[in-house]
Design a protein around this ligand. Structure first.
Ligand SMILES: [Zn+2]
Length: 295
C-alpha cells in the first residue's frame, strides 16, 4: 500500500514538476487509528510534494488510503457529536438559501450528522460513508447512510444538493470524484465543498504544526487551484466563504495547552466541556457551486 511514486503528475493540473515540501514521517506501517478524524498527531504526514505550476500539495507515499477508512473506528468522534451537529445545522442553513428542499446526498457522511441536520430541515437526505463502524452508528440512529464510496449503486441521483465536507483532502485524483459528483447532480442542483486552505494565515503561522497536516490528508488545496479544478470538472462558482467550526472550551483548552511546554500545562475545569462556541480560524474554504451550463 505504501509505495513511492516519483513519476506522478499533479492531481490538479497534470504538471510534472514538483518541489519537496516535507519529508515523510512514516516509519514502518500505518493503521486505521492514524486516520481517525480526532487523531491529534498534527504535523505528521507522508512525503509531500508541491506542484510548481499550480501549488497543489500532494502526498507521494500514501495514495490508496481507502482501506484505512473501511476499518476506522473513532469513539472520540461520537463524543463530539453535539458540536458537530451545530456545525452541520449551520451549513444546512447556509445552503438552504440557495436550495431549500429536495434530495440531498452527503458524501463521507460519517455517522450521519449532516444527514440528520438536513432531514430536520425538510430535505430528503441520505449519505454514503466508507467506515463500517461509523455507518453502523448512523444505522442505529435510523439515519439513511450507506456503506461504501461514491459513486455507489444505491445513490445514482440526480440530487438537488450534494455535500462534500472535509473529504476531498483525503482523495487521490480529486478531479475524478468531482466529475462523478457533477454527473449525479440535477441540472439546477448545488454542490457544496469544504476543505482546508493551505495558503491561509493559520497554515502559514503554524507551519507544519498546523492541525490539518496529518497522515489522513493527502491533498492540500488553496483557493486558486481549488477553483481551477472545480471549473475544469464542470462547475461554476456561486459563492466562496470561510466556515466556522464549533468546539467545546475544553477541547480548545486541551489544544491550546498542547502548544505549551509541559510545566506550564494545568488541569482544566470540567465545566468547560459544557460550553460550545463557534470559532472561525479562517483556514478552511467553503465553495458553493452549480453545474456549468452546457452550450
Ligand atoms: Zn498542479
Amino acid at each position: 500500500m505504501i509505495e513511492k511514486d516519483n513519476t506522478t503528475r499533479c492531481w490538479v493540473c497534470g504538471g510534472k514538476e514538483f518541489t519537496l515540501k516535507k519529508e515523510s514521517d512514516i516509519e514502518d506501517s500505518l493503521s486505521s487509528d492514524h486516520f481517525a478524524i480526532t487523531n491529534f498527531d498534527y504535523g505528521k504526514t507522508g512525503e509531500l510534494k508541491k506542484c510548481k505550476s499550480c501549488g497543489f500539495i500532494q502526498c507521494t507515499d500514501l495514495t490508496e488510503v481507502i482501506n484505512f477508512y473501511q476499518d476506522l473506528e473513532d469513539k472520540e468522534y461520537e463524543n463530539t457529536r453535539k458540536e458537530r451537529k451545530l456545525q452541520e445545522q449551520r451549513l444546512v442553513k447556509f445552503l438552504s438559501r440557495y436550495k431549500s428542499a429536495g434530495k440531498l446526498l452527503d458524501i463521507g457522511a460519517g455517522s450521519g450528522i449532516m444527514v440528520e441536520a438536513a432531514l430536520e430541515k425538510g430535505f430528503e437526505a441520505e449519505g454514503i460513508e466508507p467506515s463500517k463502524w461509523l455507518q453502523q452508528n448512523a444505522q442505529k440512529m435510523n439515519l439513511p447512510v450507506y456503506q461504501g464510496v461514491f459513486p455507489h449503486a444505491k445513490t445514482p441521483g440526480p440530487y438537488d444538493v450534494i455535500t462534500l465536507v472535509d473529504v476531498i483532502e483525503h482523495i487521490t485524483y480529486p478531479g475524478n470524484l468531482l466529475s462523478d459528483i457533477n454527473k449525479s447532480l440535477a441540472e439546477d442542483g448545488i454542490f457544496v465543498l469544504v476543505t482546508p486552505d493551505v495558503n491561509s494565515l493559520a497554515a502559514k503561522l503554524f507551519g507544519f504544526k498546523w492541525w490539518h497536516y496529518r497522515f489522513a490528508h493527502i491533498g492540500y488545496f488553496n483557493r486558486k487551484n481549488l477553483v481551477y479544478l472545480l471549473e475544469k470538472s464542470g462547475y461554476s462558482i456561486v459563492k466562496m466563504t470561510r466556515p466556522s467550526w464549533y468546539f467545546t472550551l475544553k477541547y480548545l483548552g486541551i489544544r491550546f495547552l498542547s502548544f505549551l511546554p509541559g510545566f506550564l500545562r494545568f488541569p482544566l475545569p470540567r465545566f468547560l466541556d459544557k460550553i460550545i462556541i463557534p470559532v472561525n480560524l479562517r483556514d478552511s474554504i467553503l465553495v458553493l457551486c452549480k453545474k456549468k451550463k452546457q452550450r
